[in-house]
Design a protein around this ligand. Structure first.
Ligand SMILES: Cc1cc2nc3c(=O)[nH]c(=O)nc-3n(C[C@H](O)[C@H](O)[C@H](O)COP(=O)(O)OP(=O)(O)OC[C@H]3O[C@@H](n4cnc5c(N)ncnc54)[C@H](O)[C@@H]3O)c2cc1C
Length: 417
């Protein structure tokens, strides 16, 4: 019997189906993604169109979609395996997958039967590629400050505004757009509505993609909505439920997705550095022989073990339908922090070599910078954890994503046996 390739650290979280998926995505990442990495890095102005098609070919955009709609119905641990193992090879490829899985969660949790029947088979086969557009240029992570608005004109909603940093902005063909639909003074928890907007609808336009520090090949750009007409059947959830849609999908799904991206990058930073110091000559041996270097490597290894456990523990709780807001926050926030510390150690141990723009460790370090902001910055996460600890009632903020779903009788889709 062949030994599983999965680490024993994660044994308690992984079934044999997870182990098979782990091996399949590793193989795919090596065969299909790795050969594209240099090209993506050397062309920061280019959005990679092909990776999404390759992922769609595996039906991985349907990892959480129920089998009745053609999906894998494989749950959050499986989704994490896909993102984590892709990120090990390419942060951009992992980002392309994760960014569309967030709005897929919104559709799963809040879509009605008609929307599920019409859209989920396309999600599963990759022909419907989704984005979620919540953030705005001036309001950033403050959802309640959003200015994009939709007005009812008697037969349709008319949507106008600008959304920023939208993951997969330039390749998605269906956007979940959250906009203000209530008069000024209405509480945020009742003032917003989520809409399904086709990418090619009149009034939808993209700002030209510009290169970013990291995740080259992935687009997270600006989309403008200029008097876009949205029919009532394309409201996602109820009118006034947009805050819950944004919060539950972005946070419940977005947090673990970004955690998985961090984890994959973290793992590669450790292995590249171990390899580098083991081969670089110093005195009569190698850099790795020096105790001061080993001390750093030891810390890197310990952080990686912690990040792995945090990540898989949180998503395993999600699959088991246990309340896990705090665990998701801790995994996202600490996962990024631990990876960043390791990334800095890795860069310093590569010293001047890490400054070469084509050195892989530099790509990993640059990609690591991108997981801080999305799905809640560190400050926002820590503030939420403190509120939960102090059990403070802070208006809309006290409705945690998990409790929102429970209160509404909505549960994460079941995992196939
Ligand atoms: C790779 C990537 C993918 C993304 N994908 C999407 C997507 O698919 N859809 C989408 O809608 N958005 C997306 N975003 C946007 C992301 O959600 C925002 O970057 C995030 O909400 C923070 O907004 P901001 O960057 O404008 O920072 P700001 O909110 O302006 O924050 C600036 C600084 O102030 C701090 N701060 C802000 N508010 C507070 C507070 N209340 N208390 C204490 N400190 C505070 C922040 O922590 C940060 O340090 C993505 C971003 C990135 C980088």
């Amino acid at each position: 019997m062949s030994m599983p390739t999965t680490p024993a650290t994660l044994d308690r979280f992984l079934t044999s189906a997870h182990q098979a998926l782990w091996a399949a995505v590793d193989d795919f990442a090596t065969q299909e993604i790795l050969p594209r990495v240099d090209r993506m890095e050397s062309a920061p102005q280019r959005v990679d169109q092909r990776i999404a098609r390759l992922l769609a070919g595996r039906r991985w955009f349907g990892v959480t979609v129920p089998e009745t709609f053609g999906g894998m119905q494989a749950g959050h641990v499986a989704k994490t395996i896909l993102i984590h193992r892709l990120a090990r090879v390419s942060g951009a490829a992992a980002a392309i997958l994760q960014a569309s899985l967030i709005p897929v969660a919104a559709l799963l949790y809040y879509g009605n039967h008609e929307q599920h029947t019409t859209l989920l088979p396309g999600v599963a086969d990759g022909s419907v590629l989704m984005s979620i557009a919540v953030t705005e240029p001036d309001q950033g992570g403050h959802i309640g400050g959003m200015q994009t608005a939709a007005e009812w004109n008697g037969s349709a909603w008319v949507l106008t505004g600008v959304k920023a940093h939208v993951g997969n902005s330039h390749i998605a063909n269906l956007h979940v757009v959250v906009a203000r639909t209530a008069p000024a003074g209405t509480r945020t928890s009742k003032a917003l509505t989520a809409f399904l907007v086709q990418g090619d609808q009149r009034g939808v336009s993209l700002v030209r993609h510009s290169g970013k520090l990291g995740l080259r090949g992935f687009s997270f750009g600006q989309i403008t909505f200029d008097r876009v007409r949205v029919l009532p059947e394309n409201v996602l959830g109820e009118v006034g439920q947009g805050f819950d849609v944004a919060q539950s999908s972005s946070i419940l799904c977005g947090r673990p997705n970004l955690t998985a991206v961090s984890l994959g990058l973290h793992e590669t930073a450790v292995s590249l550095t171990a390899q580098y110091v083991s081969n670089r000559p110093r005195y009569k041996g190698k850099l790795a022989d020096l105790s001061v270097i080993r001390e750093r490597l030891g810390r890197m290894s310990a952080r990686l073990i912690m990040a792995k456990i945090l990540t898989y523990h949180a998503v395993d709780m999600l699959d088991r339908r246990l309340p896990c807001d705090d665990e998701l926050i801790a995994a996202k926030g600490l996962g990024h922090d631990l990876a960043s510390e390791t990334g800095n150690d890795a860069m310093q141990l590569h010293a001047a070599k890490g400054l070469d723009s084509d050195d892989p460790i530099q790509r990993i370090w640059r990609d690591m910078q991108t997981t801080y902001a999305p799905a809640g910055t560190g400050e926002v996460q820590r503030r939420r954890l403190a509120e939960n600890l102090l059990q403070e009632e802070t208006g809309e903020n006290s409705r945690t994503p998990y409790s929102v779903l429970h209160a509404d009788g909505i549960h994460p889709p079941p995992v196939a046996a």
